[in-house]
Design a protein around this ligand. Structure first.
Ligand code: RET
Length: 283
């Protein structure tokens, strides 16, 4: 192709990414649907929990509301083009030397689309999921802290995997570190908290939430490996994004709904008693 007909552009602006999302129906819908759902669930949870007075019950509800609140910010970051970009994958990657056609201009740019803001904001949203789970299980501060610290570790090293463009093996090295952290969280979910929940009398709901969480969180992990940033078995950016969005609908909104419903119906099981919050040592 001659210089004049070739439309490969080197630089992609934030505005380009904003317009690309807006003009790609599959990618765009995977983002906009979630902003709407996050907003609606926030309102729904405020309504469902309107008559709660117990501070510990409220803490659990506020925690899952935090998930929806962070989601609004997270998906707005993607929709606005702030936390999404085109990355050129290193040699060895299935997307090496691939080009992306910008949906609004038809221009070709070197690289594949990365929705890296997702991984960044998971570091802020998923701790709320674990806090809610740990509180429902009646677990102690040490275990809750451990789960949350390793969870943040998963997301930040997952972000590093997504953003590393220097070397293909290094992308998977980050992925390996992330999965190792993930196994710590899985251990707590499968072997520590079920026993705590049994003692707290919340084993029924905890086990439902545990299965939902473990299965879906493995889903995210496998999806990353299959998607356009991993092995690219799924090459489509829109489809990769919709996979995460679909997991989100269950792992965040359905999960949170089950939590709020349980807390509202079983305040006595999650309450720490009337002394809770009366002294500064209450946790
Ligand atoms: C990544 C890739 C690196 C390896 C692992 C991952 C796991 C991600 C998980 C995400 C869960 C997200 C949720 C979001 C809700 O807001 C980062 C995909 C282990 C478990 C529940």
């Amino acid at each position: 192709m001659s210089q004049t007909t070739a439309t490969v552009v080197a630089q992609v602006s934030q505005q380009d990414m904003f317009k690309h999302v807006l003009n790609d129906p599959l990618l765009g819908s995977s983002i906009y649907v979630n902003i709407a759902l996050a907003g609606l669930t926030l309102l729904l949870f405020v309504y469902m929990a309107r008559s709660l007075t117990d501070p510990r019950a409220k803490l659990i509800v506020v925690s899952v509301m935090g998930v929806s609140a962070v989601s609004i910010a997270s998906y707005t970051g993607l929709a606005s083009g702030l936390t999404i970009g085109i990355l050129e994958m290193p040699e060895g990657h299935a997307m090496y030397e691939t080009t992306t056609e910008l949906a609004h201009s038809g221009e070709e740019v070197d690289g594949t689309v990365s929705l890296w803001g997702r991984y960044l904001t998971w570091a802020f949203s998923t701790p709320f999921i674990l806090l809610a789970l740990g509180l429902i299980a009646g677990s102690n501060l040490t275990k809750i802290f451990t789960a949350i610290v390793f969870d943040i570790g998963i997301m930040i090293t997952g972000l590093a995997a997504a953003l590393t463009t220097s070397s293909y093996p290094m992308r998977w090295a980050w992925y390996g570190i992330s999965v190792t952290f993930f196994l710590v969280v899985v251990y707590i979910l499968l072997f520590e908290w079920p026993e705590d929940a049994r003692q707290a009398g919340t084993a029924d709901i905890f086990n439902t939430l545990k299965i939902l969480t473990v299965v879906l969180w493995f889903g995210y992990t496998i999806w990353w490996a299959l998607g356009n940033e991993g092995l690219a078995v799924i090459e489509s950016v829109g489809l990769t994004s919709w996979g995460y969005s679909a997991f989100d609908i269950v792992a965040k909104y359905l999960f949170s709904f089950l939590v709020v419903k349980y807390v509202v119906d079983n305040v006595e099981k999650v309450s720490a008693g009337s002394d809770y919050g009366a002294t500064s040592s209450a946790i």
